[in-house]
Unconditional design. Structure first.
Length: 415
């Protein structure tokens, strides 16, 4: 006869084995989920959405900053089948760090934005201003899986067989009291060989409600390298509430939905000031350097001075830095002084580290907002070349192919 205690031990051992098998089965069931299949159903679900309303929060960390901003949007929308500008009519109220910043409305025929400061609303007709409306499109934020034709950034169609995409089921999680699938998608980036910025990796995460395959949160992370500086950009879009295919009050998508306190005015294209003409005596300035030393333009008289108005989160400005550094290295000993003027960034914003990683050794000055006004700067980068007598001999907005050669030719003629 076996002892009672021994039999109890055997029973407990069997229970432990069964419990372990159960955990293993749960683990296999969980991690055996078809991540690709989940994403296919999610894409199909989003494609079926034709209208609705939502309140979303966007957390955004740009590659050139350390801080993350938070903005929110209370939006109603209805897809427009043949629209080429926005793919849907919409009306949203925007909030930055919980502070209301204004309304944006698109009816399919008109585009309207409000201005809280002067209680005006600017209207643009698609018949007159289609190109301008499209050009401003990147300024506005949506929950894109619902509002765009391709439900971006959701993978779809060929993406599921494209070797550049990998799919991983992370697990099941609760989000906003809803059981969700958590799926990770990685994309192997395709880089332009001529671009100065290279994307190292792109990683997406999606949280998808199990019952109906609605994505209620997604995030996108980019790792890029530019001029030996590795940078990280991250954004996360979160649903706080949503109503799908149930837009009860469609008048919200009409001009009548704009509060009467706003005075509606027609759009007038912005025309920036003309740059200072050649042969003009360059306005004098005195600004602090990165080391706190006060630098005056008159201190540089007798030298050829190339001024670059820039700021560190400006992409074309970043593209121009290697060219300016190269010109500085080639001609500094022959009478050229390259001077960067940054009207926006401060020492505590990491500007010194930013420049150091890019090998910038020429003089950079801070706090030049009034100086930029004197030089009629309305876009970045803006460059001025000033001759040895203090007169402007070149002014240019932007940076692109051929800029370095053009600058070098004029520099050599005037040294």
């Amino acid at each position: 006869m076996w002892g009672t205690a021994y039999l109890k031990q055997i029973a407990m051992h069997k229970q432990g084995i069964l419990f372990a098998i159960g955990l293993l089965a749960m683990s296999i069931a969980s991690y055996g989920q078809d991540a690709k299949g989940i994403m296919e159903k999610t894409y199909s679900k989003c494609q079926s959405i034709q209208s609705g309303s939502y309140y979303m929060t966007k957390h955004m960390k740009y590659m050139s900053t350390n801080d993350t901003s938070k903005s929110s949007f209370d939006c109603a929308f209805e897809k427009l089948k043949d629209d080429t500008l926005y793919s849907c009519a919409f009306h949203y109220k925007a909030f930055l760090e919980s502070e209301y910043t204004g309304d944006v409305l698109y009816t399919g025929s008109d585009f309207l934005t409000t201005n809280n400061k002067d209680s005006t609303a600017t209207i643009m007709s698609t018949a007159l201003w289609a190109k301008e409306i499209q050009a401003y499109r990147h300024n506005y934020t949506f929950y894109t899986p619902f509002t765009t034709k391709d439900s971006s950034p959701l993978p779809h169609d060929s993406d599921f067989v494209d070797g550049r995409y990998t799919f991983k089921f992370i697990g099941e999680e609760y989000l906003n009291d809803s059981p969700c699938y958590h799926v990770q998608v990685n994309e192997i980036p395709e880089n332009d060989t001529e671009s100065s910025i290279k994307t190292l990796q792109i990683e997406f995460h999606y949280w998808i409600i199990k019952s109906d395959f609605v994505p209620i949160q997604f995030s996108t992370a980019y790792d890029v390298v530019m001029n030996n500086d590795t940078m990280h950009q991250y954004e996360k879009d979160v649903f706080n509430r949503c109503e799908i295919n149930d837009l009860k009050d469609k008048s919200i998508l009409t001009l009548n939905s704009i509060p009467p306190c706003y005075r509606i005015k027609d759009f007038i294209p912005y025309k920036g000031p003309s740059l200072l003409p050649n042969d003009t005596l360059a306005p004098n300035w005195e600004l602090p350097s990165l080391t706190g030393e006060q630098i005056n333009l008159t201190d540089l008289s007798g030298q050829l001075v190339l001024i670059d108005f820039f700021y560190k989160s400006c992409y074309p400005c970043m593209q121009a830095l290697p060219t300016l550094q190269a010109l500085n290295e080639r001609y500094e000993g022959k009478g050229l002084r390259v001077v960067g003027i940054d009207p926006y960034d401060k020492r505590e914003d990491g500007i010194t580290t930013f420049l150091s990683k890019r090998g910038v050794t020429y003089m950079v000055l801070l706090g030049g907002k009034e100086v930029s006004k004197d030089y009629r700067v309305s876009a970045y980068p803006t460059m001025y070349l000033i001759d040895k007598t203090g007169k402007i001999i070149l002014s240019q907005v932007g940076y692109g192919k051929g800029t370095e050669g053009m600058l070098e030719e004029i520099i050599k003629k005037n040294l």
